[in-house]
Design a protein around this ligand. Structure first.
Ligand code: PBE
Length: 304
């Protein structure tokens, strides 16, 4: 029943759009406020819900800010997990239903589905991001070899995407990391160039179970293991991950998105940790929708 109602709503929406187009209605480019009447009523169809991920993620917080800044009355960013978000996206995509997710790149979803970022004229989601490596104070003296590898670690979006894509199709993350390392010996050789092997020294890396960080953390952990380290990787919430490195409970992480996504956490902890700089440039966060949706900007979402 509900489905039929939805479908009728969709048909009416489409007819309304055609009618508007026929009458020369504008597509809303110059609108200041979120639209309440025109164009596709996606908000209504999606129950004014943005499919979110873990609430501690920067992209989740930025999405809540976007709801405020764009005056998206009645909209809610639904807390979930990265995995559940990807499942919801896949299900909606298969049925060609509208969905808005809290998205980021690099991410395998762009290889699997035809997607687009909604324009963000107010710049709530920031510009290009760089993923940084952060280690605890004292690591350089305690474990110079690991420090060197973590400092050297740097790769391209397409490298990380290859690992993520394999994991997304069911390969164990550790195995996907090993496969990538085997296929990219030259790159890895640069990270370990001139670094001595060690004999079972223990090291702990922390991360959050976002697809990007599952991929990068497993690759770095495996490279350290190949050097002789006994590596533990521990999944945590975002804020706890930062805190663990800042307090020295953990040795490092490769999951710091700057300047925007984790800018608040960096401000909070920057005096207590060592920033080893970027390991990947050209990352991005924002609201992502399937390309079949007839909407291009956050400004054009309909409100309650
Ligand atoms: N992410 C993936 C994280 C950073 C890495 C975009 C989901 C976040 O929003 O905090």
């Amino acid at each position: 029943m509900l489905k039929n109602v939805k479908r009728i709503g969709l048909v009416i929406g489409i007819l309304a759009t055609l009618l508007l187009a026929a009458c020369g209605g504008s597509d809303g480019d110059t609108k200041d406020d979120a639209n309440t009447s025109g164009d596709p009523q996606y908000g209504k169809e999606m129950n004014y819900t943005i499919t979110g991920i873990e609430p501690g993620a920067g992209v989740f917080k930025a999405s809540e800010t976007a709801v405020e800044e764009y005056g998206l009355e009645g909209w809610e960013v639904q807390a979930s997990s990265s995995g559940a978000m990807a499942t919801a996206l896949g299900e909606a995509y298969d049925k060609e239903e509208p969905i808005i997710v809290t998205g980021w790149s690099p991410h395998w979803k762009f290889a699997k589905y035809d997607l687009k970022y909604l324009d963000d004229p107010k710049g709530v989601f920031g510009e290009e991001e760089t993923i940084h490596t952060m280690v605890r104070k004292g690591l350089e003296d305690d474990m110079p070899e690991a420090y060197q590898v973590l400092d050297n670690f740097s790769w391209e979006a397409e490298d990380l995407e290859a690992v993520m894509l394999e994991v997304s199709s069911g390969t164990d993350p550790k195995e996907a990391a090993e496969n990538w390392i085997k296929e990219n010996e030259e790159k890895v050789a640069e990270w370990v160039d001139g670094v001595d092997e060690v004999d079972g020294d223990k090291i702990e890396l922390v991360y959050v179970e976002w697809d990007t960080e599952v991929g990068s953390t497993n690759v770095v952990a495996t490279v350290l293991e190949d050097l002789g380290y006994d590596v533990t990787i521990t999944p945590l919430d975002n804020a706890v991950m930062w805190q663990a490195v800042a307090t020295g409970e953990a040795d490092g992480m490769v999951a710091a998105w700057l300047p925007g996504t984790h800018g608040d956490l960096f401000e909070q902890y920057k005096d207590d940790l060592v920033d080893l700089g970027g390991n990947l440039v050209g990352a991005k966060i924002g609201l992502v929708v399937p390309a079949y949706m007839d909407i291009d900007s956050i400004e054009d979402l309909d409100t309650k």
